[in-house]
Design a protein around this ligand. Sequence first.
Ligand SMILES: Nc1ncnc2c1ncn2[C@@H]1O[C@H](COP(=O)(O)OP(=O)(O)OP(=O)(O)O)[C@@H](O)[C@H]1O
Ligand SMILES: [Mg+2]
Length: 270
Amino acid sequence: MSDNRASCLKGKGVTKIFGFGDKKTVAVNNVDFDFREGEIVSIVGESGSGKTTLSKMLLGLISVTEGEVLFQGQPRDISTGQKRREYWKGIQAIFQDPFSSYNMFNKIDSVLLDCINMRGGKSLPYEKKFEMMREACSFVNLEFKELTNKYPFELSGGQMQRLMIARIFLLKPKILLADEPTSMIDACSRATILDMLLKLRDEINMTIIFITHDIGLAYYISDSVYIMEHGKFVEHGKAEEVILHPKAAYTQRLINDVPKIYEEWDLSTV
Ligand SMILES: Nc1ncnc2c1ncn2[C@@H]1O[C@H](COP(=O)(O)OP(=O)(O)OP(=O)(O)O)[C@@H](O)[C@H]1O
Ligand SMILES: [Mg+2]
């Protein structure tokens, strides 16, 4: 992580409160952040710490109760449908459940064609579009010719995850938000997905915000980490610094929990 990279997404005092009175939940509580261009940032915290709520605010899917979000140095304006669509050219997401990301009645080639059209390629000749789709599939080790007539539900979980990344390759957003994208797949597919995210950053200089409860995964993939507890960032900095020399007790606990899980697992298999 180098601090002279331009700011891509910045937040000041970002807060989300759900409900009122007795039923009030402060899901995200006055957080500051600054994600830089081409950086892989992990947001790490336990279940219920506010990670998904924060990512929904970053995507503009839910309102910010208090605070400000700046996109590429400018206050973000998503006050109209058109401005929101413009913003979404710059920020895209992949989610935990790939099934929720597709319209199941659209064949795979039309899923990919939509991405090309969204990037202004509607009037390109079909051969050019074909080549772009082929390239996007090969980026994620899928064979486009074998997929053209299939529906997303005819793919395996791992293939569907890779198709999501092929869409991102075509859309080329400035920022990719990945909320636990590897939680539903096996270890081998997980490693492939992580390597593809690294490749997106290396080849397209995408900023990747990786949301996870797994601090080991965060260490593997990220330049910087933000540790989230009960809606607040308790610590942030370079991944090595925070994870190898944690200052907050909560970070320490997350790290200590990692070997414990494996110890318990080992015992149970004896
Ligand atoms: N729409 C909502 N209405 C009310 N409370 C909500 C809503 N969405 C989330 N919350 C609450 O906000 C808190 C943070 O939830 P969030 O989904 O952001 O956690 P998370 O860190 O993503 O958890 P997980 O790791 O389990 O996905 C929780 O207490 C949750 O119950
Ligand atoms: Mg979540």
